[in-house]
Design a protein around this ligand. Structure first.
Ligand code: ADP
Ligand code: MG
Length: 697
């Protein structure tokens, strides 16, 4: 026998198999539980009646009461419409129907008091309401104190009379019956600590709030619960790993000291030192490290990565570093090789394009331990790549890799999982990081190396192009190099490629005395590399490119970043691109080129870029503008499929819920205490429906 909540909605009075099937496919609702969790997406205020004389077209939905004075049908055939003159003593208004005319006009009775609900608009010079809702005034709706729930539905459902109202009726039916089945899912202690209303009460008032205050309380309670259980799962996962997974102990810093003393090219920032200490603590703890290292572009994550590798190599272990593109892998390899050579450490590079013969040597070297550091692209997670003793796996720019790839790296050492360090330069707002990487420990480099001059950012319109070119010429004359970036070339987009090529040509013409490189996603890796290297060696002064240069590329002498059609880029991407300059001692510039015509949102993005260089501030704005669903890397994660909470708006609740979950696990890591029985029971019921929960036990 299915439990009450698993009952299929076709058994509801007035629903039946046909309607149920339609609701299944259109809304994905199958059971009573689904219906109860189909929360309204907004509420209509039916608490007050407006006067007709006070209506204007800027008002949202309004409610009025009055009587019908006149009914007439105007026009022929498809232009036919029903026009009802409606009055309330302060004035009159026209109610208009284009569809269902027969049916409506039969229902209408002059002289009877009606309640009308709809959106006022202007037509001609008159205010009217098209297709309003209309009900006979009764004592019940007269003193209507309810906020009416509005539910998502579809055109197809509406055409079968399954509109928001009908869904509301179904919900009311289920939730009335559910009264005795709804169990409290949070412990008493949390309810009283945070002033949360009971689950049963919350579910009722999320659908049928008697007033605004109760609605707020219901929302708070349900959001808290949702976020609490996500955080509990993540924190439990982290805890379980810490208890279960041993890590190799790397507690020898001799090699590190040698490097510090004799080869470190600059003094580390305080933030770099702090982060290295945090990582060192993990590596000598005997537990497996799973840590996220975040730091804005140019904050110096690479050297931190190398230093951590030294801890491992110094005790006979091996380390790997995986980058999302070949260009980036090359750059890491070349940078790290310089240090590694000085310390007599064996280092190799593995990419998709690495020749078979060389590959074989690498595989051998990894197995016999002569290669201690391996740098590469995702080629290095292929099964054939085996290590003698992988102690540390580093992933650069995590958002380009999936969780599955992270897991694959774990398997590279069968004896003891390698420590894992995930690096990202895409600043993630704290709350989002808590959810996306909530099972990782987090280290943050929140300081740039000394002597960096903040990048100056300007927004210029097309009409200023000549001046921009003039400025570029000055910079080149002063010995600097310049990037010019065009929007991404999609696989299919011939337009973008043309834009880029036209741009390349006009730049070549405008700068006849200079050499210009070009790099885009459609080029062969080899050609890309060749062009990139010319720019690195300063054989070319200008690099025309698409966003392939977005991550990681490091040419300190490049001091100007010009971004064409800047309105087509997202904030995170603009910030990444800007991070390509400002890496040397010179003053750097970022110039955002656009048309005059800009959407409001695009303007906000550009203004934000001009106003601040702070990656975290930019990430916060990005989250606010786009919502979490669109942020890079969040799409496949699933953690953001929330029923009611919104990570961009409910940051405070999230933090509170996470702290609460932390406290509970600290006091009772296996949830064995009597007071936590509600939690355990709820997790067990979730386990049935949510796959992820399986990992907790
Ligand atoms: P990211 O964090 O974006 O990966 P990188 O590791 O590429 O940054 O470092 C950016 C540049 O800053 C590199 O040229 C690097 O050598 C330099 N750098 C890193 N740390 C310091 C420091 N403490 N002082 C001076 N320069 C540094
Ligand atoms: Mg980097």
């Amino acid at each position: 026998m299915p439990s009450f909540f698993e009952t299929r909605i076709e058994f509801l009075k007035g629903v039946g198999p046909q309607k149920a099937a339609l609701i299944n496919t259109e809304l994905g609702l199958f059971t009573y539980a689904d219906l109860i969790q189909h929360y309204p997406f907004r509420y209509e205020d039916r608490t007050k009646f407006h006067q007709i004389s006070a209506l204007n077209a800027d008002m949202p939905y309004v409610q009025i009461k009055g009587r019908i004075r006149k009914i007439k049908t105007i026009g022929q055939m498809r232009k036919k419409r029903l026009v009802v003159t409606f009055e309330d003593g302060t004035g009159e208004i026209e109610l208009i129907w284009f569809k269902g005319i027969e049916w409506i006009s039969k229902k209408l009775r002059p002289g009877v008091d009606y309640v009308i609900f709809g959106k006022p608009t202007v037509y001609g010079r008159k205010i009217n309401i098209a297709h309003p809702e209309l009900e006979v005034l009764t004592t019940q709706n007269e003193k209507n104190s309810l906020l009416q729930p509005v539910y998502h539905t579809t055109e197809k459902l509406k055409s079968r009379y399954l509109d928001s109202k009908a869904i509301s009726k179904m919900v009311r039916q289920v939730i009335t019956m559910a009264e005795n089945y709804i169990m409290e899912t949070l412990p008493e202690s949390l309810l009283s600590q945070f002033g949360l209303i009971e689950k049963k009460f919350a579910l009722w008032h999320i659908h049928f709030p008697s007033n605004n205050e109760l609605l707020k309380k219901a929302q708070f309670r349900l959001k808290f619960e949702e976020l609490f259980y996500i955080q509990l799962r993540l924190l439990k996962l982290k805890l379980t790993r810490k208890e279960e997974f041993q890590g190799q102990v790397f507690n020898d810093s001799t090699l590190l000291t040698d490097f510090y003393k004799n080869h470190l090219p600059f003094e580390l920032t305080q933030a770099q030192k702090r982060v290295i200490k945090e990582i060192y603590q993990d590596m000598k703890s005997g537990k497996q490290m799973n840590r996220l290292l975040q730091g804005d572009v140019g904050s110096g994550k690479t050297i931190v990565a190398f230093i951590c590798m030294l801890l491992v190599v110094g005790k006979g272990g091996q380390a790997s570093m995986m980058a999302p593109t070949e260009i980036l892998a090359d750059q890491h390899y070349e940078g790290l090789k310089e240090y590694a050579d000085k310390l007599n450490i064996g280092i190799a590079r593995l990419k998709g394009s690495t020749k078979v013969k060389e590959r074989r040597l690498i595989h051998e070297g990894l197995l016999n331990g002569s290669i201690q550091i391996l740098v590469g692209t995702h080629a290095l997670i292929e099964d054939i790549v085996q290590f003698q003793n992988l102690g540390l796996a580093i992933i650069d720019e995590q958002h380009r890799f999936g969780v599955a790839q992270r897991a694959k790296l774990w398997g590279k050492n069968r004896e003891v999982h390698p420590h894992v360090l995930v690096m990202t330069a895409t600043p993630i707002p704290r709350t989002l990081a808590m959810t996306l990487y909530g099972d990782l420990d987090v280290s943050t480099i929140d300081e740039l190396p000394k002597g960096r001059k903040p990048i100056e950012t300007h927004h210029q319109y097309e009409s200023k192009r000549l001046q921009v070119f003039g400025f570029m010429k000055e910079q080149i004359a002063a010995g600097r190099q310049i990037y010019i970036v065009y929007p991404l070339i999609e696989e299919s987009s011939k337009m973008d490629l043309k834009d880029l090529m036209d741009g390349y040509e006009s730049i070549s013409r405008a700068f006849p005395d200079n050499h210009v490189s070009i790099v885009h996603g459609k080029m062969k890796a080899q050609d890309k590399d060749f062009e990139m290297q010319r720019f690195v060696r300063h054989e070319t002064q200008i690099m025309v490119a698409t966003t392939v240069i977005e991550v990681g590329v490091n040419v300190p002498n490049a001091s100007v970043m010009v971004i064409e059609n800047a309105e087509r880029f997202g904030l995170a991407q603009l910030h990444q691109l800007r991070g390509r300059v400002g890496r040397g001692a010179e003053q750097s510039y970022c110039i955002l080129m656009t048309d005059y015509k800009l959407s409001k949102e695009a303007r906000t993005r550009l203004d934000t870029m001009v106003r601040t260089n702070n990656g975290f501030e930019i990430a916060d704005m990005d989250l606010r503008l786009r919502g979490p669903g669109d942020l890079t890397g969040t799409q496949q994660s699933g953690v953001l499929d929330l029923l009611i909470a919104d990570i961009s708006k409910d940051q405070q609740i999230l933090q509170t819920a996470r702290n609460a979950a932390q406290d509970i696990l600290e006091a009772d890591s296996n949830l064995e205490k009597a007071e936590n029985q509600n939690i355990l029971r709820h997790i067990n019921s979730l386990k049935k429906s949510v796959v992820n929960w399986g990992r907790i036990s």
